[in-house]
Design a protein around this ligand. Sequence first.
Ligand SMILES: [Zn+2]
Length: 427
Amino acid sequence: MKILKNVVIVNPGEKPYKGFVTIEKDKFISVSPGDPKSQGIPEEDGCGGWLLPGLVNTHGHAGSSILRGAGDDMALDTWLKTVMWPNESKFTEETVKAATNLAMAEMIKSGTTTFLDMYHLFVDQFAERIADTGLKAVLGRGMIAFGTEEEKQSRLEASKHLIQQFHGSADGRLHIAVTPHAPYTCPPEFMLKAVELALDKNVLFHTHCAETKKEVEEHYSTYGIHPVDHLHKLGAYSGKSLLAHAVHVTEAHIDLFAAHKVSISHNPMSNLKLGSGIAPVAEMIKRKVNVSIGTDSTASNNSLDMVEEMRMAALLPKGRQEDPTVTNADQSFSAATVGGARALHLNKTGMLKPGWFADMILIDPKGLHLQPQSLEKIKSHILYAMKSSDIQSVWIHGKQLLKNRELTTLDEEKIIYEANIQAQKLR
Ligand SMILES: [Zn+2]
């Protein structure tokens, strides 16, 4: 058991207050105002820092982190076909290892404690490294239904194997989702098999959907239906469902998401950088759709920094609708924490609460950009002023993964070296 005292407790939906937390093994046993009564329990002084739930990134592709800066300023389909897929075809196990290590280190240092990742190469090895590193994740085998029937079947088998091998492993930190890439890369008969697998195993179904206008137009011309409606017809919303992007959707689709409890992973930076558009998230939130936040990959973002991403998610709807009142700081903070955990169907994650998992980040509030200070201003500062470099410490399931900006389970210097070596090899 241990105590972290002299902190400001900052939860989504609550007013910040000065207090302390008591942790036993992987969970909080108390989250309380004031000071702890000394009972011989080891105490750590948070020095007045702000204690937040860890950030939850609900969409990414860590395996392609090595392609940061490769192919900027291109449309999604050109970028996939001329940069991503040709480069990824040359990836070896070492490339993916260097990329995923780079992503994990970047995520921890920017306050992400839980993430969803969809990738098609060396997912087993990544799962094992996540388990060793101490992060919490939902992993899926990214499936594109090109190639022979055997090849398609082997991708479904790989998903099944992942579920059997890793779902619920690493003391409950590792979960598996079924992740077909998108309706435009997975024809309906394959998508249906993916939907059935997710339902059969009662795991999360996650795919890219309605990311660009072109995708929607081509889907209409091929199948005569919008991809969001097509997924509905295939039964994709009858279990646990999370769609990435949902940029080009109608009000009827938003009602459909609300009715079927489909969560959305809003990826504002990636959507802006690829010129895909701006998802109507204020309308989604208004109609009680659970909107979470994701970075997408460093090849389309180009960072995994959830602090920046939640700020962008807070600002964009204001500009889009020319109305600063359509979103507020607390909504985006909630989407980046407990809303993300809800989207991933992870229990007891995303808030500082007794009985919940001790996933938390400690912010050093001494920076010039975080002044002047008062309890009332903390959430505003977190959303509109904080930088991820203000994050001092990170704990996941009670274990400290970042201590005074130093990674405790990963070797940062080695990761930077390996990432550059592997990127050079690709060139
Ligand atoms: Zn993506």
